[in-house]
Each structure stands twice: as C-alpha cells, then as structure tokens.
Design a protein. Structure first.
Length: 303
C-alpha cells in the first residue's frame, strides 16, 4: 500500500509539472517575441528566466518520471536521488542567468535604448496570467520535495518578474523614463540569485549526506542508549537519499547475554521504533548492527 501511494503521489507530481512546463514554455516564446518587438531588456530578462525555468521544469519532469522506476540490484534506491541532481542543476542555471541579467541591466542604466512600452505591457500581462495559472497548479505540492519546491519558486519568481515588467511598462508610458526597464531587470536578477543560492545549498547538503535538519544525533544517541539492554551506540550516521527520505545506521552494543534470537529481536524492534517515532524527523529506513559488549574492543574504526 505504501509503495502504491508513493507511486500515485509521484505520478501526480509528474502531471502537475507537465502542465506547468507547457504553460511556461508557451509564455517564454511569447515574451521572446515581445522583447524583440518592444526592445525591452526587462521583458527579455523575464523571457530568459522563463527559458531557464522551462529547462528546469523539464529536468524536474524527467526526475519525477525517473522516480517512478523501481529499485534494482544495481540501483537499490532506484532513481530517487535524480530529484536532488535536477534541483541542483536548476539552481546552477538560475545563478548563471541572474548574473547575466545583472550585468546587462547595469549597462543599460547608462545606455538606455528606445522601448515600445505598450507592447511591453501587453506581453507582461500575458506572462503574469500564465504564471498565476502555474502557481495555482503547483501550490498544493510545493512542500512535497525539493524538486516541487524548486519548480514552485521558479514560477513564483516568474510571476514577480512579470509584475515588475508591467510596472516598468506603465512607468515608461507615463513618464518616458526608459531606465525603468533596466532597473526592473536588476530587480529580476535580485529575485533570482538569493533563492537559487538557497536551493543550491539545500541540494548540496543532501549530496554531501549532511545530517537531516531537525535531527540531533547526540539526542538520538542518548535515546538509543537509554533503551533496555543497550550498552552503547557508535558509528552513528544519518543522511537523506532525497529531500524526504532520511536514513540512519548505527552499531549498537548490547550485553553479551542479549544475543539470543528472542532478545535480539526485541532490541532491534525497540531501536527501529525509537528512530521512527521519537523525533521530529521520522526515520523509517534504519539499519542497526547489534554487537556483544565483548566485540567492542575488536573494532578498529569508530565514528
């Protein structure tokens, strides 16, 4: 039943991503056309952002599809980590685009071109409408994993960028101050870079197998060592396979007389129940090596 629910959830994510990808790609093409017609850097910047978001959503869609593939003897976790790799790729591309927009925006502050603000306005409105639809589709699933979070943030950034384009077009139409286009471009860059850095940090933490946020290993060790028959815990490690699959492993020393089938089974059940229910981060995938106290001095590596 759990595997069925996981597959159903992953299929739902894939469907949402596919629809939002189609919307974003369509808006991107429209804004590129609008940028050529109007000469607006802000519109071109938003189109460039749309381009990277379309690529990012395509990566996310691919990752969601791969996540449905079953585990094999070669890939025992299947393709679950594809989600993390996809999110890291999206963040990297977003950083590159943000840097380009920032440089070009500064240049246009000093060399503002002619802008056709009416065309800029209408294409900005088209972009905003499409982004709002995309946000509505992704809103319910944005907290499911890093892949969905990345997709939601990208579309949210696009929506803010479209709003900024519309404001810029109105300012240029009413005042003739064409530097507004460059300023909006810099604003879009400012929206892109910080969020991309946060997303990149989160994905790197998973790839570096950092202890999941909210899980204190010292507290875990204390709880485990307080269980009946447990003498000590060492080689304790915790990490994540993807954004929502924490794993934990440890060597657990017990009294020499506790290695009978009956005692060992009870100890193992207590250990697994402890990490699954006693902490804010519930760990259902745990591996424990149970050792007699007499074996403790035979080990050469301790972590």
């Amino acid at each position: 039943m759990g595997e069925h629910n996981h597959a159903h959830t992953a299929t739902g994510r894939r469907g949402k991503l596919a629809v939002v990808f189609a919307i974003t790609a369509t808006i991107m093409v429209a804004e590129i056309i609008g940028a050529v017609i109007s000469g607006s850097l802000a519109l071109l910047a938003d189109a460039g952002h749309m381009f990277t978001d379309s690529a990012g959503l395509l990566i996310a869609l691919t990752a969601a599809t791969l996540a449905l593939k079953p585990a094999t003897g070669k890939r025992t976790w299947g393709y679950q980590r594809a989600e993390i790799i996809a999110a890291a790729a999206q963040a990297s591309v977003l950083l590159a685009v943000g840097g380009f927009i920032a440089v070009e925006g500064v240049r246009r502050l000093f060399e503002p071109p002619e802008i056709q603000s009416t065309a800029m306005l209408w294409f900005g409105v088209i972009g905003l409408v499409g982004n709002v639809i995309g946000l509505a589709i992704l809103a319910s699933g944005r907290g499911e994993n890093l892949n969905m979070k990345a997709a939601f943030l990208e579309v949210a950034n696009d929506a803010l960028g479209s709003v900024a384009v519309i404001v810029s077009a109105i300012v240029i139409t009413t005042t003739g101050w064409t530097q507004a286009d460059a300023i909006v471009s810099l604003l879009i860059a400012a929206l892109i870079v910080p969020r991309a850095l946060i997303l990149l940090r989160d994905t790197i933490e998973v790839l570096m197998e950092t202890t999941p946020k909210g899980l204190d290993l010292d507290e875990v060790r204390t709880h485990l060592e307080a269980l009946p028959h447990v003498v000590g815990v060492h080689d304790l490690h915790a990490s994540r396979i993807d954004s929502d699959t924490p794993v934990l492993s440890a060597h657990v020393t017990v009294h020499d007389g506790c290695l009978t089938a009956e005692h060992a089974g009870v100890v193992l059940a207590d250990l697994q129940a402890c990490v699954a229910r006693d902490f804010d981060v519930a760990i259902e995938h745990s591996t424990f090596q149970i050792e007699p106290a007499s074996h403790r001095h035979d080990e050469t590596l301790h972590h």
